[in-house]
Design a protein around this ligand. Structure first.
Ligand SMILES: [Zn+2]
Length: 198
């Protein structure tokens, strides 16, 4: 017999722009207690529930600010290529200690900005330090898509969203079509989106 996690969160708990919290800086986690575990569980359940409502997207990662909890906690899917793998790695107080490789532009989306994609410049390699959910220090190197995910999520802990990187580049904005393709936006669509974002 299972049990129900009474107050577990769903996709409606994920805040979206122009919610002001998305531009606030999150606090460092200094004590690990039941509240910390609860936030992590809520982040996982909200991300997985969001994914069930999105035919063409994977819930790759989430920062705590996206459920309106201003703590520096990030979860990243263990294998973002496999929707059946529902496990996440947890990073607490994550920081990029070194940027390496080159700067590359590629598409990025965000659970807090519905149907909008952007071509965002990011480093191809980063070194990250953080604590895991047991409070142990971890260091890792990430490259390619995972390096992009870390940069995107760590930005969230600093109150920055991917669209802030391309604020003055309307040509970098794209949309997700109903069929799941990333397509160009027309001027009217861009105008409407910009009025929502800032
Ligand atoms: Zn995001």
């Amino acid at each position: 017999m299972g049990y129900t996690y009474l107050s577990s969160m769903d996709k409606s708990d994920i805040i979206t722009l122009p919610h002001k919290a998305l531009h606030k800086v999150s606090r460092r986690v200094v004590v690990f207690n039941d509240d910390t575990s609860k936030i992590i569980e809520n982040m996982k359940s909200a991300t997985l529930n969001w994914e069930t409502s999105r035919d063409h997207e994977v819930g790759v990662a989430l920062a705590a600010v996206q459920i309106n909890e201003l703590h520096r906690i990030v979860i990243i899917r263990e294998d973002s290529n496999d929707k059946n793998n529902k496990n996440f790695n947890v990073y607490i107080n994550p920081e990029i200690v070194k940027y390496e490789g080159e700067i590359e532009e590629d598409f990025e989306g965000c659970l807090s900005i519905k149907d909008v994609y952007g071509k965002v410049p990011r480093y191809t390699k980063v070194r990250v330090k953080a604590l895991n959910e047991h409070g142990q220090k971890i260091r890792l190197k990430a490259e390619g898509f995972l390096a992009r995910v870390f940069q995107h999520e760590i930005d969230h802990t600093k109150g920055k969203v991917f669209v802030d990187h391309i604020e003055d580049k309307p040509e970098a904005f794209y949309k997700l079509s109903k069929a799941g393709n990333i397509e160009e936006m027309n001027d009217a669509e861009k105008k409407q989106i910009f009025s929502i974002l800032w």
